[in-house]
Structures are given as structure tokens and as C-alpha cells.
Ligand binder design. Structure first.
Ligand SMILES: Nc1ncnc2c1ncn2[C@@H]1O[C@H](COP(=O)(O)OP(=O)(O)OP(=O)(O)O)[C@@H](O)[C@H]1O
Length: 216
């Protein structure tokens, strides 16, 4: 699903990542760990097609990642920063996603179920900007859970701002996605999530994995 070979990214004169080789298959997870600034987010953004790279090759679902392709965006869920429409409520955002993924008249029921699972039922009528940071993160996770399972999920610190209960629930949700065949590429600082997910753990500490997938 994802195959990176010899990928290198610089910002101006500064080396950010690589060279990196990495593969994620269906139902597999690869977890990126390492200290702040070691290149995890850059790696994810390159794999998602949100960032260019200087050398090497990036193949996602059979070709270069294509953020301008609706089909690619439907098949590859990318969890990054929250972006929202100021005039739409939490519920309306999720309904938009549900309808966009073809759920039609099942959209409202699906959104209700996900709001409940993400502990957002009492916040459905608020604007996302009125949510706490943790609840905003739960809205991002809700937007991941509303559509049918994608082929691939690329998640940058999905545990960010969540309390312990929500983190542990998130781990269970992600394991479930794997069981449904979704490939996961995840950067995290949360050790229990590494343990819950870690088919393969790539440690970016010390400059990142050079030409390998790092330690198991
Ligand atoms: N847009 C940018 N312009 C210049 N340098 C950048 C840019 N984005 C990231 N960098 C640099 O690239 C390096 C890797 O950053 P990156 O955000 O990938 O790290 P990270 O491992 O995700 O860190 P964290 O754990 O803090 O999220 C850092 O030195 C960072 O300052």
C-alpha cells in the first residue's frame, strides 16, 4: 500500500529525513517514534502527498500520492490539523463527510452513532471552534470513523490532547481498523499506542532509519 525507497527531504540546507525505506501493507501498522523534530511529521506528509521530497521514490496505492484526486482522498485518510467551516456545527461537519462518502439516507444514523462513540453527543450543535482541544481532536477522530474503512490511514499523533480513557479507546478503534484490512502509518509519542499497534516500530531517534525500517 505504501512503499518508500530512499526518500530524502531537506528544508533549504537543513536535512529533515532520510534516506528512508518503508513499507506498509493491508492490515499492517507501522508506528513512527522519536523525539520532537526528528522528522516523523515530515515523513507522514510526504507519504500523504502533502509535502514534496528531494530524492527517492514514493508509491502509495500503486502510484505517487495524489491529494488532488477525490478517489485517493477517499481511500487514504490523513489525520492532521483540524480545519473546519466556521458556519457549520460539529454534527453538520460529520454529515457532510457521511454524504460525501455516499452514505445517503444512512448518514444521520451513522453520525449519531459516531458522535456517541466519540463522546460528542452533547456537543453536536456547537461550532468546532467552541470545543476544547481534546474535543476538537475527538471531532477529527469522528471524521475518521464516519466513512467506511479506508485502505490506508496516515495519522500524526492521533492521541494529541486526549485523556487516558480516550487514548485507550482510540487504540482499540485503530486495532479494529487494522482487523478490517486498513493499513496504518502512525506517528506517536504515546507508548501504550505503540504497544497496541506496533507490528513494526520505526525509531527516528538519532537521525532516523537509514535505508531500513528500524527496530522491531
Ligand atoms: N516547513 C518547514 N520549514 C522548515 N523546516 C521544517 C518545516 N517543517 C519541519 N521542519 C523541520 O524539519 C525537522 C523535522 O520536523 P518534523 O515536524 O517532521 O518533526 P517531528 O518528528 O514530527 O516532531 P514532533 O514530534 O515535534 O511533532 C525539524 O527540524 C523541523 O524544524
Amino acid at each position: 500500500m505504501i512503499r518508500l525507497k530512499g526518500v530524502v527531504r531537506h528544508y533549504g540546507p537543513n536535512h529533515a529525513i532520510g534516506p528512508i525505506d518503508l513499507e506498509v501493507g493491508p492490515g499492517e501498522s507501522v508506528v513512527l517514534i522519536g523525539p520532537n523534530g526528528c522528522g516523523k511529521s515530515t515523513m507522514l506528509r510526504v507519504a500523504a502527498g502533502l509535502e514534496t521530497y528531494d530524492s527517492g521514490s514514493v508509491n502509495v496505492l500503486g502510484g505517487e500520492p495524489q491529494q488532488d484526486s477525490p478517489d485517493f482522498r477517499r481511500r487514504v485518510f490523513v489525520l492532521d490539523e483540524l480545519a473546519f467551516f466556521p458556519d457549520l456545527s460539529v454534527r453538520e461537519h460529520l454529515e457532510l463527510i457521511a454524504v460525501g462518502h455516499g452514505l445517503g439516507n444512512k448518514a444521520a444514523r451513522r453520525v449519531d452513532a459516531v458522535l456517541a462513540r466519540c463522546r460528542l453527543s452533547l456537543h453536536g450543535d456547537l461550532s468546532p471552534r467552541q470545543l476544547s482541544k481534546g474535543l476538537q481532536q475527538l471531532l477529527l477522530i469522528a471524521s475518521m470513523l464516519v466513512p467506511p474503512s479506508p485502505d490506508l490511514m496516515i495519522l500524526d499523533e492521533p492521541e494529541r490532547h486526549l485523556d487516558e480513557d480516550a487514548r485507550s479507546w482510540l487504540g482499540e478503534e485503530l486495532v479494529q481498523k487494522k482487523l478490517e484490512g486498513t493499513g496504518l502509518l502512525v506517528a506517536t509519542h504515546h507508548r501504550p499506542l505503540v504497544e497496541a499497534l506496533g507490528d513494526r516500530v520505526v525509531d527516528f531517534g538519532g537521525g532516523g532509519p537509514v535505508g531500513s525500517e528500524g527496530a522491531e
